[in-house]
Design a binder for this molecule. Structure first.
Ligand SMILES: *Cc1c(COP(=O)(O)O)cnc(C)c1O
Length: 397
């Protein structure tokens, strides 16, 4: 569908992903490999397009969580090593992963036995990385299990154990816990190496580790968040030259004047304190607007902070309500968000009109998957090769 026909879209500025890559590389010591993490559709930016940009910039190692995600990249003929973080569960998955030359993560002894069986039967080479659990408790091997896995796979002429890794659970927070995890990981790899097993690539650094612990880079870093122009939640001294490539945009579809005292939306949850103009936008909760991830509070004070934020939002205090950007100004979303719409309060004398472009605060990973992506500033990447047509909005107006 043509851009002119769309009322909402995700605008992805590929040149900014390129800039973020450059910022990461300029802090990456020579000889440390970058594994670009583009899971969850590259955190909402589009995995295939992001992969194409990264590959055009020389990235040769990508990672996603699931086999399905890796296969989609293969199908798009992405020319890079592709690794998956999640273990496989069926024989068919092992078969296709080997056939498609996808680098696997081994997280248990039964997985290594299954891989051993299927790779021998298929007579196909495969690369694996061992995952060590050092405190995240998602999945991963203990020292004993890792040793058993190495013994199984080292006997298999088709399988190359290329790497070993762990994932930090609190790198933005506790230094003590992170150092403990690192020591734990290094301890286990040393045991395995002393038993005669060799790992070309040891890795444990995600974005938070990358910003805080250069001595933990080892042979590779696995970076996702920073590539998308964001910092992980937490405090960091390192400042990179990052840019956000992502904008959730829509057009105003109607503007109506409403008198002071008018109720807005279902259940009359908001009443205008002054006369205003109400802009109707074509985005609601089905698009991801107003959705957030509700995590349990991280301690008592965190809970108080959460409650306080809710309260200030309830009182309609600026900065604690959802705000949309129209032109250079911010305006509050009022009332309950509808399934496919929301209401925005404009001043009585606002010149905003139907058709005007709006930027919405939608969490990237929660934006609905059916919203069209509009890629801009693809630069020297072959426009034909980009999945969706590349257009420059400014040029269209
Ligand atoms: C998501 C993920 C990463 C990347 O983490 P960021 O903090 O987004 O850089 C690295 N490794 C694993 C195993 C992951 O799941």
């Amino acid at each position: 569908m043509d851009w002119e026909l769309m009322d909402k879209w995700l605008e992805i500025d590929l040149s900014k992903i390129g800039q973020n890559l450059q910022a990461i590389r300029s802090n990456l010591p020579l000889g440390v490999r970058l594994i670009a993490v583009i899971k969850a559709d590259a955190y909402g930016h589009g995995a295939i397009e992001t992969a194409r940009l990264l590959c055009a910039r020389g990235v040769d190692f990508l990672a996603v969580t699931y086999l399905e995600e890796a296969l989609a990249l293969k199908e798009a003929e992405i020319d890079a090593q592709i690794m998956i973080f999640s273990p496989l569960t069926t024989a068919e998955q092992y078969e296709i992963a080997l056939e498609q030359d996808i680098t696997l993560t081994i997280t248990s002894l039964p997985e290594s036995l299954e891989l051993d069986r299927i790779s021998r039967r298929a007579g196909r080479p495969g690369k694996v990385h061992l995952k060590i659990d050092t405190g995240l408790s998602r999945f991963g091997l203990t020292a004993i299990e890792a040793l058993q896995v190495c013994q199984v796979l080292a006997e298999n002429p088709f399988i190359q154990i290329e790497g070993i890794y762990t994932h930090m659970s609190d790198a933005a927070g506790s230094e003590k816990y992170t150092r403990q995890q690192f020591m734990n990981f290094m301890g286990i790899t040393t045991i395995l190496e002393e038993a005669g097993f060799h790992f070309q690539i040891k890795h444990c650094a995600n974005s938070s580790v990358f910003l805080k612990y250069p001595h933990m880079f080892l042979q590779a870093v696995r970076i996702g968040t920073l590539l998308t122009g964001q910092y992980p939640a937490g405090k960091f001294d390192t400042v990179l030259d990052l840019e956000d490539p992502y904008k959730f945009k829509c057009r105003v579809i109607a503007v109506q004047p409403r008198a002071q005292g008018s109720f807005l939306g279902y259940y009359r949850t908001y009443r205008l304190r002054r006369s205003a103009r109400i802009a109707v936008l074509p985005a609601g909760y089905v698009d991801g607007l107003g959705l957030s991830v509700q995590n349990p509070p991280n301690g008592f004070w965190d809970m108080i902070k959460l409650l306080l934020k809710q309260m200030l939002g309830y009182l309609g205090i600026r900065g604690f309500t959802l705000q949309v950007k129209i032109g250079e100004a911010f305006y509050p979303v009022r009332g309950k968000i509808f399934m496919q719409n929301c209401l925005v309060e404009l001043p009585e004398d606002s010149p905003v009109k139907a058709g005007d472009e709006v930027e919405l605060p939608v969490r990237k990973t929660l934006a609905a998957k059916n919203i069209r992506h509009l890629y801009i500033n693809a630069g020297d990447i072959d426009a034909e090769a980009i999945y969706h047509p590349v257009k420059n909005i400014q040029g269209q107006e």
